[in-house]
Design a protein around this ligand. Sequence first.
Ligand code: DP6
Length: 352
Amino acid sequence: MENQFLGNQNFNISHQVVSATCPSNIALIKYWGKYANQIPANPSISYTLNHCNTQTSMEFMANEPFSVQTFLAGNEEIKFAEKIEKYFKNIEPYLPWILKGKYIIKTENTFPHSSGIASSASGFGAIANCLMELDKLFGTENQEPRHKTKKASFLARLGSGSACRSLYNGLVVWGKTDEVEGSSDLFAVKYPDSEIHPIFKNFNDWVLLIHEGQKTVSSTVGHGLMNTNPYAERRFQEARENFIPLKEILKSGNLDKFITLVEHEALTLHAMMMISEPAFILMKTGTMEVINKLWNYRKETGNPLFFTLDAGANVHLLFPENENSNEIKSFIESELLQHTQKGGVVKDVMKF
Ligand code: DP6
């Protein structure tokens, strides 16, 4: 039990409708593998996105029997409601009023539902923000803004690990590491802006929708398979160690080293999937085509276009926004877009 986040038993509930939004994020050093109670096996760091958001409204009907109804883009989602009910029961010590009513939760994503872009990060981030709004109205919450964001991050983590990083802009760290002051396994913290070279503050993330639709293996199952992966400990160690060069890279603005580290992290994530038991592969032919073309392009032009991947086939194309970025954008449009299933691309930027 985390004492600093325990809720106050003196509350005064009433019928309320609150709403909140939360952006998605893309990890650079990946979280892949966890212990009980959503404790990550290694620290991770992500960029918070700007356009990929979830908007959520939450109606709370006080003193009705506890139940949750959820709608995604207007359609009722029974499975999601079951997940949220379980989640709310789990976080009751931190929000003691939470089971004392009925909920109708409506969510919309700014990115296409079937895009394969992870909605759990922005989704649980938005739910955590709504819960903190209710907590404020019911008069139990410590109103200090920094505490509020920290608790929202703590609550979001218990819904989906990567969600805890979406509560802050910029670069965000989740998981204890000596390299980042204040970092914790329980909630995310902002990586200090003053330690980030300007080149990393104006960055694009264009997500190529290589494969739209359900993934064959969920992240939660994938994390679980790290428990029996013979390379898991080595991987966790490497992720921890990667914070040391990354810190230096972020400070100095060394883009070449950044590219090497970020692509290595993405490929390691997928390598872990391939050597799980049972093995699985989430990359598709289009993923490989894009990676190979991108590598050739970088070799020939020297232009800093590189990629990361999340737990799916889509490719996140990363490149700094500057006087050369138009050339990169034309290359993406003319050469890479053709490898998407339906021509889909989400053009996002990092939110600072
Ligand atoms: C590959 O946060 O979706 O995107 O905690 O089980 O909900 P749960 O998993 P989730 O895992 C995300 C994994 C990743 C890497 C990352 O975001 O760090």
